[in-house]
Design a protein around this ligand. Structure first.
Ligand code: SF4
Length: 89
C-alpha cells in the first residue's frame, strides 16, 4: 500500500501526524509530508486508512498500484475498442 498527500489540498491540521506519526511528518510551515516515499509498512495499513478517513480536506489518498493501473488501462482500451467496433457495424 502506498499513500500520497495532495499539497494543494492540505491545510495543515496535522490530524494525520497525530494519528500516525509512523507515516507522516510535518514541515516548518505545518504542511504534512508522507514518510518513506508514501510506502506503508506492513501492519500499518489500517492506520493509513484511518488517517485517510480523518483528513478533513480529503488530501490523503491511496496510490493505485502500477499493476492495477495497467490492468485498468488495458480493460478500458479493450472496452473502448469493442464499443467502437459495435457502433461501426
Ligand atoms: S490531516 Fe489532511 S489537511 Fe491536515 S495536515 Fe494531514 S494531510 Fe494535511
Amino acid at each position: 500500500m502506498r499513500i500520497q498527500i495532495d499539497s494543494e489540498k492540505c491545510q495543515g491540521h496535522n490530524r494525520c501526524y497525530a494519528l500516525a506519526p509512523q507515516l507522516f511528518d510535518v514541515d516548518d510551515y505545518g504542511a504534512a509530508l508522507v514518510l518513506n516515499d508514501g510506502i506503508v509498512p506492513a501492519g500499518l495499513e489500517d492506520t493509513a486508512r484511518l488517517a485517510i478517513a480523518n483528513c478533513p480536506e480529503y488530501a490523503i489518498s491511496e496510490v493505485a498500484s502500477e499493476v492495477a493501473s495497467e490492468v485498468a488501462s488495458e480493460v478500458a482500451s479493450e472496452v473502448a475498442s469493442e464499443v467502437a467496433s459495435e457502433v461501426a457495424s
